[in-house]
Write a protein that binds this ligand. Structure first.
Ligand code: GAR
Length: 216
């Protein structure tokens, strides 16, 4: 069994989508733990509704980042997590945690990294008039929203797009590429060499990217 540990801070739509995906492969992949750092997060209801093992670990209750992360680390270690998936987890992690879970922790970010790391990605992309945005799944490194890229989806920005409409379109693409990345990792179909993701076999672009020319 390949065990996922999911880190959330907010709405939890990626959590729910990953859960639905694991249901299709329930003999191979499961969510063994969900950790939420925000006691107000809507994602908590999603975890409860689906009977997922949930821990609320409020970062405000710890004296420093590492003590907070040690708590997460002990939950995930106890639940025998093979891969941590950050799903809208909005805390910066120290290099202690990043190195402890090196190449065993992935993140989804709503832009075509390395463009637009950080917050307000949609607003910045619209304001700067870029024609394409999208989303990226990558292995986590210490620098915010950086690390070896696993897969990406391209989403065109139309002149009518607002932050809200663009974020909806990108979220839809996120829900396609995040399970794709998890599946590739759980099936050991890729490795990280020189800080770059190398696929061990040939994939059609459809399996590792989504491109508007393909009608998505
Ligand atoms: C998603 O758009 C995700 O890409 C973004 O937060 C949202 C969470 O939505 N993550 C980041 O910005 C990380 N830098 P969700 O809670 O509905 O899954």
């Amino acid at each position: 069994m390949f065990n996922l540990g999911i880190l959330i801070s907010g709405k939890g739509t990626n959590l729910e989508n990953i859960y639905n995906f694991t249901q299709k492969f329930s003999n191979k992949i499961r969510i063994s733990s969900v950790v939420c750092n925000n006691p107000e997060a809507l994602g908590i209801d999603i975890a409860k509704k689906n009977n997922l093992p949930l821990e609320i670990i409020n970062h405000n209750k710890f004296i420093d980042r590492v003590s907070f992360e040690k708590e997460i680390d002990s939950v995930f270690s106890e639940k025998k997590v093979d891969l941590i998936c950050n799903a809208g987890f909005m805390r910066v992690l120290t290099s202690w945690f990043v190195n402890k879970w090196l190449n065993k922790q992935i993140n989804i970010h709503p832009s075509l990294l390395p463009s637009y790391p950080g917050l307000n990605t949609h607003k910045r992309a619209i304001n700067e008039g870029v024609k394409f945005s999208g989303c990226t799944v990558h292995f986590v490194r210490s620098k915010l929203d950086s690390g070896p890229i696993i897969n990406q989806a391209v989403v065109p920005i139309s002149p009518e797009d607002t932050e809200e409409t663009l974020s909806k379109k990108i979220l839809k693409a996120e829900h396609i590429i995040y399970p794709q990345a998890i599946r590739l990792i759980s099936e050991k179909k890729l490795e990280v060499i020189n800080n770059k993701v190398i696929y061990k076999e040939h994939f059609s672009p459809k399996e590792i990217t989504i491109n508007p020319s393909e009608g998505n």
